[in-house]
Design a protein around this ligand. Structure first.
Ligand code: CUA
Length: 230
């Protein structure tokens, strides 16, 4: 439902939004109800002349119910939230759908390097396209990413994808996304990584098939020199 009001551009953005909405509604409903009951009781049973206050131990089953039932309900709603969260986590973070392409993302103080596979579709070949602070992907394609860091902890975040993944030095962390809308969007670092943390923005450019193909060709002098098909 939130997706209607906030721009989203990945296949799983709706799942994440739905989960946040679910937690907000469940917690919000019980918050306002509990506060309402609390303030009602404060006003209803406020000190009155001639009425002595009572000392209540809460040992009588009739009184205990006021604690027990909300407790059971809390557990019930917790289970609901946990099942919803695990379902989304499994779909977004555990399962890796088949990739159409793979990009490498390298974080450092304070820039992003994006390695695109180039015309041959493979990483670690001479036609790789390396760009600083600019990631090009094709709409509708499923990408795997290999996230690395050269120095400290960073976090790769694409708000419009609802994607966020920590980068850890010494490790390659794999994940995936599928862009569903063409356009240019923000990438940000969401882990404090030193004095220049706030100066670590980048852009993701989601292109249609033709634009992506034209961009790959324009960035591949090797392919152009050998008369590669346009
Ligand atoms: Cu990199 Cu904050």
């Amino acid at each position: 439902m939130i997706s209607k009001y906030v721009e989203s551009a990945s296949s799983f953005a709706g799942d994440i939004d739905h989960l946040i909405w679910l937690v907000t509604v469940i917690v919000g409903f019980w918050f306002f109800l509990a506060e309402g009951v609390l303030f009602y009781f404060i006003l209803r049973y406020t000190a009155q002349d001639g009425v002595k206050g009572q000392y209540i131990t809460g040992e009588d089953p009739k009184q205990k119910r006021w604690v027990a039932w909300p407790h059971y309900l809390t557990l019930l709603f917790d289970v609901w939230i946990i099942i919803a969260a695990i379902t989304v986590w499994q779909h977004v973070k555990q399962a890796m759908p088949q990739a159409d392409s793979t990009v490498r993302i390298i974080a450092q103080q304070w820039a992003w390097t994006f390695v695109h596979p180039g015309p041959d579709g493979k990483l670690d070949t001479p036609d790789d396209i390396k760009l600083v602070d600019e990631l090009h992907v094709e709409k509708g394609k499923t990408y795997h990413f290999e996230l690395q860091s050269r120095d400290v902890l960073h976090s790769f975040s694409v708000p419009v994808f609802r994607l966020k993944q920590d980068a850890i030095p010494g490790r390659t962390i794999r994940g995936w996304f599928k862009a569903t809308m063409a356009g240019g969007f923000d990438i940000q670092c969401t882990e404090i990584c030193g004095i220049g943390h706030a100066l670590m923005p980048a852009r993701i450019l989601i292109e249609n098939h033709e634009d992506q193909a034209a961009w790959v060709m324009s960035k591949s002098p090797a392919a152009a020199a050998t008369g590669g098909t346009p």
